[in-house]
Design a protein around this ligand. Structure first.
Ligand code: GLN
Length: 516
């Protein structure tokens, strides 16, 4: 082994040193992402007389509209970000360019100008799209195929994500209260700069992962481009897609509001996705694959519902915390952003406990299939909104509501997240035929992003219906939806044709690892 190669493979505490480089890079990236998310909406609605300084003075509705688009685009851009790395630059370089773009984006937000606000958001969307999916791929690349430490590596990495979020929501909140909004945005930028420095300095431990283009594109693998070409050749499916696109465009003339053309673009995109999904279904050769595909679509629906409710954290719940919650503790007013840190804090405490709970159930041969876990996660998260309903009721009665409701809500949201999030993507990849694996990963990110947009829309409706109705609606919808899935669990499992069981037998040991 050459000197360079042996440095790259050096280990510390039982894992490649590269893992710690990626851990710290992602920790600072999430620091900047969640630090900014924690103040984004309350900055947009802050008026000229706000104690933290003047914000944009927008209505709640306008702020949540932009929030929805922003979260959606952040996740949607992971698709081109992943493709860019696979085909052109490799993950290592794409992450680096993403990190530089993020430093520029957060830095731009620190400038007190409206143009800077939009430019900054645009750069952050591009930067996260390049960094987030690819850094995770690199973590996987640090371990050889079949290395049982890989799942543990991802668990450590997940702790980095939440540590970043926890630090950010704490410090950015304090900085904003002391020095104003733009200092908070700047702080997020400094965090990302530290991430970039760690990443650049740690390059010597990463020379063997994410090289361009490490993943030799499998000639059998189907891409978005292939599907699009097939769609053009199939008159029936093309016809249906064109009708959907025509309906989408006509919405532009019917809808009102400043974001109507945004919706036209979104529905046109979704029409194309429907067309592509039809082409995949048509292409699948046997019934087993077709059945599994149906389960994937149901999983996507669950993912959209889950994040559509969960992402209220940075949206309506953030506004609620700022405007309607009594945040005074022992005479000190807790800054609003800090409440979003509860999610990360609870994850750090409960990740292992929840993973152990599901592992024990599986050992006792009780129900612990991925679909069941995801549905239960959605129910638990949905029940978290019961506390928000109580908060809204208290506010309606007393003009103020206790912060304990938020603590309870975030606790339930976290337990729900820990049941759904770690299994959903891997479940989709287990069910997808190999040649569609990358594509399904892209669509999974799209579903998460769509959830973000749904969160914005649902939050916006509070301006018409009030928080009490909206939080109640979220509870009822999420719980009923997930209960319906549990009601058809048996037939759904039949449709998977033993995909999980087969996988479990193949890697009993890996399945037992506490994967969070
Ligand atoms: N909190 C996790 C992260 O930031 C998961 C977020 C998500 O998948 N929507 O990586």
């Amino acid at each position: 082994m050459t000197d360079k190669a042996s440095t790259a493979h050096r280990e510390l505490w039982g894992h490649p040193i590269g893992l710690y480089v990626l851990f710290l890079t992602e920790m600072w990236e999430r620091f900047s992402y969640y630090g900014m998310r924690a103040i984004l909406v309350i900055y947009m609605i802050a008026t000229a007389t706000d104690p933290n300084g003047p914000g944009l003075g927008w209505s709640d509705e306008e702020a949540l509209m932009l929030y929805g688009w922003y979260v959606m685009l952040v996740y949607l851009l992971s698709i081109p970000g992943g493709i860019l790395a696979d085909r052109l630059w490799g993950q290592r370089k794409t992450v680096m360019i993403g990190a530089i773009t993020l430093v520029a984006g957060h830095g731009t937000l620190a400038i007190e100008e409206t143009w800077a606000f939009f430019t900054g958001l645009g750069l952050i969307i591009l930067g996260v799209g390049m960094l987030k999916p690819n850094i995770s791929t690199m973590v996987g690349g640090l371990y050889r195929e079949g290395d049982i430490r890989r799942d543990k590596g991802f668990s450590i990495f997940y702790i980095g994500i939440n540590l970043g979020s926890l630090l950010a929501t704490t410090f950015v909140g304090l900085i904003v209260a002391e020095y104003g909004w733009h200092a908070g945005f700047g702080m997020a930028g400094i965090g990302m700069l530290l991430g970039l420095v760690v990443y650049l300095r740690g390059q010597k431990y990463l020379t063997h992962v994410g090289n361009a283009p490490e993943k030799v594109v499998d000639p059998n693998e189907v891409t978005f481009g292939d599907l699009f070409r097939d769609l053009l050749k199939s008159p029936l499916h093309l016809g249906i897609t064109l009708v959907l696109i025509a309906i989408s465009i006509s919405m532009g003339f019917i809808l009102t509001g400043i974001d109507k053309w945004g919706y036209v673009a979104l529905f046109t995109f979704l029409s194309l996705v429907v067309g592509m999904l039809m082409m995949i279904y048509k292409d699948l050769s046997d019934q087993i694959q077709k059945d599994r595909f149906i389960v994937i679509l149901i999983t996507f629906a669950l993912v959209i519902v889950f994040w559509g409710a969960f992402e209220q954290a940075g949206g309506l719940m953030s506004i609620y915390t700022e405007q309607k919650t009594d945040r005074v503790l022992f005479g000190w007013t807790i800054p609003t952003p800090m409440f979003q840190g509860l999610n990360a804090g609870f994850i750090t405490i409960f990740a292992v406990i929840v993973a152990n709970f599901w592992a024990r159930r599986k050992l006792k041969s009780k129900e612990a299939s991925s679909i069941f876990k995801m549905a239960m996660g959605t129910i638990i998260m949905g029940l978290g909104f019961v506390w928000m309903v109580l908060a809204a009721a208290e506010y309606d009665a007393n003009d103020s509501s206790s912060m304990i409701w938020l603590v309870l809500a975030y606790f339930f949201h976290t337990i729900g997240e820990l049941s759904l999030s770690p299994v959903s993507l891997s479940f989709v990849t287990k069910l997808a035929p190999l040649k569609y694996a990358s594509l399904m990963m892209g669509l999974y990110f799209a579903a998460t992003g769509l959830g973000g947009k749904v969160a914005g829309i649902v939050g916006e409706s509070a301006s018409d219906f009030g928080e009490y109705a909206v939080f109640s609606g979220i509870t009822i919808f999420t719980v009923v939806f997930a209960l319906l899935i549990i009601a058809v669990l048996k037939p759904l499992k039949r449709l998977t044709h033993g995909a999980e069981e087969a996988e479990r037998e193949m890697s009993e040991e890996a399945a037992e690892t506490l994967d969070v």
